[in-house]
Design a protein around this ligand. Structure first.
Ligand SMILES: [Zn+2]
Length: 756
């Protein structure tokens, strides 16, 4: 076995590394060593649960994120930077929820106690448990960082021969400060008694002396009551008193029995991070420790004492977070217990009251919360809760990120372009509420009547699809005039929040990501396609939409503008998919390069600029100054269908650029950004002349992939192959979904352009 020595050497090396880490983590300390450590970073080591959780947020930091509806603080712990990014599923969006949680935690830290339950409420599947899950994972990681180190202590009793005399009791003179049993090897420790409540080591110092000790340090944030005035838990107190009596008041001798140890948050071992399902009632209990062999060897003075061991979720979660999933599914008695505990910050048991040092968070769905609000005792509970709303996402860009990150990786087939996008857009469409104009838009205007009538009209006309796009992109529909578009943009935030105070807020009712998960996974099994096709997603959405009795969002009365109009959504999605297919087929046809009409439009804008100012323009190739190119400008205007005559159209173009520049100071003027619709119209116009050529290549793509291209000559095969490669390189198609696109277009949009 030639391998054996190296395996042994490897094991030795592993052993060395583990020992080094163990020692460098300073896991086990005597009390005196702990005090020295405390002095090196008093703020870090003075944390209670509230500060520990808040500081975990600060530890990973935050960044500003901008959305069309506002600017928010994103707390990076929700990106799970400490996990392997390929498998982590970070929280998408929900920054306002993050901000609210941080605010609640900061309040707790300031008040020195978590005297309310942080209750996230929202519809089913709105990321509530993901949010708490991210926090718990961050706590685990934070507790392993130097900055997040936390310590507890054990009582240790050495075997007889170590201490000369009967377990060191009876004493042989005064002891030195640094003598301690903390570092004795395990075989020299007779007994090690855990303190389940994880008392802070400083709780061993009497309050007056502790206060004097704490005054030595320049805290950034003064220690809170838990640290400054908290007392030893019942069990520790009893051991402490018994030892003090045995040592006739020699406090330092008592401290020799203290072994301080670093502890780590762990969800698996339910340490500082505990999640309770709805079926479980929250609990803590105590039981008298039986006189087993190890306790029988304790000094006589301790044997006479009844030691109680406490246990339960409140105990396990100590120092961290206790999460109640579906809090309001529990019977009311469960909350009464909780309410009293939160109010008094302690839980009464038979022999003792146990102090709470835990942040409680919970989740509840809106139906349960609605029912709870009706309860006569709700007002008294209300004061003990921080209600934080977590609704569904309203931006389909964000919704798509969830599907791409969390659902698409489970699909074994190729995920075709637009598949998750359509699912996301559908979900968001079902959540849209019709604007309640003009009341909500009085922002900036003194009275509702002051809201410009044009804006009111636009909001009345705004369709569900346009609203969804406005939220996702911040770009108002092109069909409105510039002034209205500008007003829509500047009122976007109030539009986004106009239903905020309504019981049925926007983002409460609608399809949940869970339903869409099923849709996507079912679509990925569709027999008709080799990829996860958006066409299969559409079919599954249709099937989902037929299950009217099961979902509230399918029962909402449709409103003008297409709100809650499920068949309308499906039609709009199909239209949008075909429009994208057409665009992509154009661009991948090789007949004209995308860049060339952007360039053409760019040249148009420059020429018009010169024309308006009556200037000459520099020819890029010859370098000569020439008159603006009248023929080119006319051609572009023809393509754009300029109805109001060339002159007005040109002045309008320049005015639009000037207005855009004022709204976007310092940004480069890109015609594609300033005139997306004009550009699109121009593209369409150019392609109108090329449709039959595009149609032939598209048909060949389907024939080549599906039938091997029998009967196609070399040139046709080459053109079709080139289109497939462009579809793949630019948009992520594989040959199969490229053929799906092609056959769909041949049957619909391009049908009339093919020779019969
Ligand atoms: Zn594919």
């Amino acid at each position: 076995m030639s391998d054996s020595p190296s395996v042994a050497a490897e094991l030795q090396a592993v052993g060395d590394r583990v020992r080094e880490r163990f020692q460098s983590d300073r896991r086990v300390l005597s009390f005196a060593e702990y005090l020295e450590l405390f002095g090196t970073n008093p703020d870090r080591y003075a944390r209670d649960a509230t500060r520990f959780v808040r500081d975990a947020f600060d530890h990973y930091g935050s960044e500003e994120v901008r959305y069309p509806w506002g600017t928010y603080t994103r707390w990076k712990l929700f990106d799970l930077p400490f996990e392997r990014q390929e498998t982590a599923s970070p929280l998408v969006g929900q920054e306002h929820v993050q901000e609210e949680i941080y605010r609640a935690l900061s309040n707790f830290a300031r008040e020195g106690k978590a005297n309310r339950v942080v209750l996230l409420h929202g519809p089913n599947g709105s990321a509530k448990s993901t949010i708490v899950g991210c926090i718990l994972r961050a706590l685990e990681n934070f507790s392993q960082c130097d900055n997040g180190a936390m310590y507890r202590f054990y009582w240790v009793f050495p075997v007889q021969n170590v201490t000369r005399g009967p377990l060191g009791f009876g004493g042989d003179g005064r002891s030195s400060l640094h003598a301690s049993y903390a570092h004795l090897p395990p075989d020299q420790l007779e007994t090690k008694i855990a303190v389940e409540l994880r008392d802070h080591p400083l709780h061993l110092l009497p309050i007056a002396e502790r206060s004097a000790f704490l005054k030595r340090f320049p805290f950034r944030e003064p220690p809170n009551r838990w640290l400054a005035e908290g007392e030893l838990s019942h069990k520790s107190r009893q051991i402490f008193e018994a030892l003090l009596a045995a040592y006739r008041g020699d406090f330092l001798e008592v401290l020799k029995h203290v072994q301080v140890e670093r502890w780590f948050v762990s969800r698996r071992y339910r340490t500082g991070a505990v999640t309770l399902g709805p079926q479980l009632s929250v609990d803590a209990s105590e039981r008298q420790v039986t006189m087993d062999r190890s306790l029988a060897s304790l000094p006589a003075s301790l044997q006479a004492v009844s030691l109680y061991e406490v246990r339960g979720d409140l105990v396990d979660a100590g120092g961290g977070v206790l999460e109640f999933s579906d809090l309001l599914k529990r019977p009311l008695d469960a909350f009464k217990y909780l309410q009293l505990a939160v109010e008094s910050q302690e839980v009464p048991l038979g022999a003792q009251n146990i102090p709470l040092n835990v942040v409680m968070m919970g989740s509840a769905n809106e139906l349960h919360l609605d029912a709870f609000r009706e309860h006569p005792e709700f007002p008294s509970f209300r004061g003990r809760m921080d209600l934080i709303r977590s609704g569904y996402l309203l931006s389909w860009h964000q919704e798509k990120k969830i599907y791409d990150a969390q659902i698409a990786p489970q699909v074994t087939r190729h995920v075709a372009p637009h598949a998750t996008e359509l699912a996301a857009l559908f979900a968001v469409l079902t959540r849209m509420r019709k604007p309640k104009v003009p009341a909500s838009l009085a922002q900036g205007a003194a009275k509702a009547e002051d809201v410009p009538t044009a804006l009111v009209a636009a909001l009345n006309e705004l369709t569900a699809l346009e609203k969804a796009d406005l939220y996702a992109t911040g770009t108002p529909p092109g069909r409105f005039d510039d002034d209205v578009r500008k007003r829509l943009r500047s009122n976007l935030k109030s539009l986004f929040f106009e239903w905020e105070s309504d019981t049925v807020y926007e983002g409460r009712i609608g399809a949940s990501p869970r339903e869409l998960r099923t849709v996507i996974l079912d679509a990925a099994q569709h027999d008709g396609y080799k990829c996860l096709s958006p066409l299969a997603v559409l079919e599954e959405l249709e099937a989902l939409s037929a299950r009217r009795a099961e979902f509230e969002w399918l029962q909402v009365e449709p409103l003008p503008g297409g709100y809650h109009d499920i068949p309308g959504f499906l039609g709009a999605l199909r239209e949008r998919l075909l429009a994208s297919y057409v665009d992509e087929a154009y661009a991948a046809s090789g007949l004209i390069e995308e860049a060339s009409y952007e360039e053409l439009f760019d040249r148009y804008v420059q020429n018009v600029g010169a024309w308006v100012k009556k200037e000459r323009i520099r020819n890029r190739i010859t370098g000569d100054y020439e008159e603006p190119d009248e023929a080119m400008m006319r051609e572009v205007e023809r393509l754009l269908g300029a109805r109001n005559g060339a002159e007005e159209f040109r002045r309008h173009t320049i005015a639009t650029i000037a207005a855009w520049a004022i709204d976007h100071p310092g940004q480069k003027i890109e015609p594609t950004v300033v005139f997306p619709d004009a550009l699109r119209a121009m593209k369409e116009a150019i392609f109108q002349g090329l449709l039959s050529k595009v149609a032939l290549i598209v048909r060949d793509v389907a024939m080549l992939v599906r039938e091997g291209g029998d009967g196609m000559d070399v040139a046709r095969k080459a053109a079709a192959t080139a289109m497939i490669s462009r579809l793949s390189a630019r948009y992520g198609y594989c040959p199969h979904c490229a053929a799906d696109l092609a056959s769909q277009l041949v049957r619909t949009r391009l049908r009339d352009h093919l020779p019969s």
